[in-house]
Design a binder for this molecule. Structure first.
Ligand SMILES: Cc1cc2nc3c(=O)[nH]c(=O)nc-3n(C[C@H](O)[C@H](O)[C@H](O)COP(=O)(O)OP(=O)(O)OC[C@H]3O[C@@H](n4cnc5c(N)ncnc54)[C@H](O)[C@@H]3O)c2cc1C
Length: 374
């Protein structure tokens, strides 16, 4: 009666797809619904650190994943003049033959994960979501927006920061909060020196350069935008150049190449943390639906991927759903809360122009924690 044989995943982002892969590998029947009818993801990259590389191995997708991006070892911190301040060596958590870190375009990552989920037999429907959800002790009845119905042992809300499933569980109790900062991103041909993650830090600005492939890298910068202003799409390149005007080194050399407004990806930072168990009965939230944070530690997607794997571990066996999901929470809550809070803190220190902020220390502590098994 307590066995989890059939699961509905709501949301086909990084967390939902990883949950589909991990659950299929456990032999669980998986239906996944994704709101978008065209399964697009926006075209910049993502940093995936050693804990993620390790979990990609557990998901069984490591080799295709490594081919899809740019593997690298170290993270280097530079000052705003481009002088190196620190080098944080990568940790090879997936084993000595595998790299420490990865930069990968979101599109390439999506292709690896969606193909793997489909090959493993997940049943995926696009342009569909949950209209109504009703649960009893033995299962969850779902009415979908296309009029179809289904009954499931477990429903996983992996539908991102504006989660509809979270709304169904918690009402308006949790809503995203703008932190005061925004992120600017732009792709470039990879510079030969960017074979590592280069982070430029100072009280007058910050930026990073991340390799994504032999011929591709991206630049990101975070800025303080107190009133969350509307940004004119026809001026995004000029605005991004302005936000990094105090930065030298390679960032300074590349600045004038930021000319195409349509290629600037601008995103205000929003956060949300569900500060109580992320489930009611047989419905649980994972990823950004439960704990969306800022990108300062580059671990948001990492936490969503870890959630997916821990969930697939814990649904095994004959214990009650409450015990299974309770064990999941025990393994996830503190770790995700730490990442959420430290990421937000890093943003607050940037906005306060805090000279004493020890960013390198924070990153080292985060790497130590995330190296621990999940
Ligand atoms: C600027 C920026 C930079 C970042 N950089 C990094 C980084 O370098 N490294 C890192 O690890 N993390 C990073 N993150 C965080 C990372 O992007 C998120 O944590 C991650 O995407 C969360 O995955 P998710 O699957 O939980 O949610 P999402 O990626 O938001 O996916 C949710 C999916 O659900 C779908 N959906 C939404 N509503 C519904 C519905 N009602 N029904 C069905 N489907 C629905 C959406 O269309 C989407 O496909 C960054 C975030 C930002 C904002």
């Amino acid at each position: 009666m307590h066995e989890v044989k059939k699961v509905l995943i709501v949301g086909g982002g990084i967390g939902g797809l990883c949950a589909a892969i991990a659950l299929r590998r456990e032999g669980v029947q998986v239906d996944l619904v994704e709101l978008k009818s065209e399964w697009t993801v926006y075209g910049v990259g993502i940093i995936q650190q050693s804990n993620v590389v390790r979990e990609m191995a557990r998901l069984g997708v490591l080799d295709t994943y490594l081919k899809a991006g740019y593997a690298f070892e170290d993270v280097c911190i530079y000052n705003l003049q481009g002088n190196q301040l620190a080098r944080i060596p990568g940790q090879r958590l997936a084993g000595p033959d595998y790299p420490a870190n990865m930069g990968v375009s979101r599109l390439a990552l999506h292709q690896v994960l969606s193909e793997s989920a489909m090959d493993l037999g997940a049943h995926i429907r696009l342009g569909t979501t949950v209209e109504r959800l009703e649960q009893d002790a033995a299962g969850v009845d779902i009415e979908f927006t296309d009029g179809s119905k289904g009954r499931y042992d477990l429903v996983v809300g992996a539908d991102g920061i504006y989660s509809k499933i979270r709304q169904m569980l918690f009402g308006d109790q949790y809503t995203p909060r703008f932190t005061g900062q925004a992120v600017w991103r732009y792709n470039f041909p990879r510079h030969p020196s960017i074979d590592h993650l280069a982070s430029y830090q100072g009280v007058d600005g910050n930026a990073g350069l991340v390799p994504l492939g032999e011929n591709l890298m991206y630049m990101f910068s975070t800025s303080h935008e107190p009133d969350n202003p509307w940004m004119d799409p026809n001026k995004l390149a000029e605005l991004m150049r302005d936000r990094i005007k105090n930065i030298g080194g390679l960032v300074g050399e590349l600045r004038d190449q930021i000319t195409d407004n349509s290629q600037v990806v601008y995103k205000p930072m929003e956060v949300l943390f569900v500060n109580e168990p992320w489930f009611h009965g047989r419905v649980i939230l994972i990823g950004d639906a439960a704990h969306a944070t800022t990108p300062h530690l580059g671990q948001g997607a990492g936490m969503a991927i870890e959630d997916a794997i821990v969930l697939s571990d814990e649904v095994r066996g004959a214990d009650s759903i409450e015990i299974k999901l309770g064990r999941f929470m025990q393994r996830r809550f503190d770790r995700c809360k730490y990442i959420a809070e430290q990421s937000v803190l890093a943003g607050e220190k940037e906005m306060a122009h805090d000279h004493a902020f020890d960013r390198v220390g924070m990153v080292k502590e985060m790497l130590k924690l995330t190296a621990q098994p999940i």
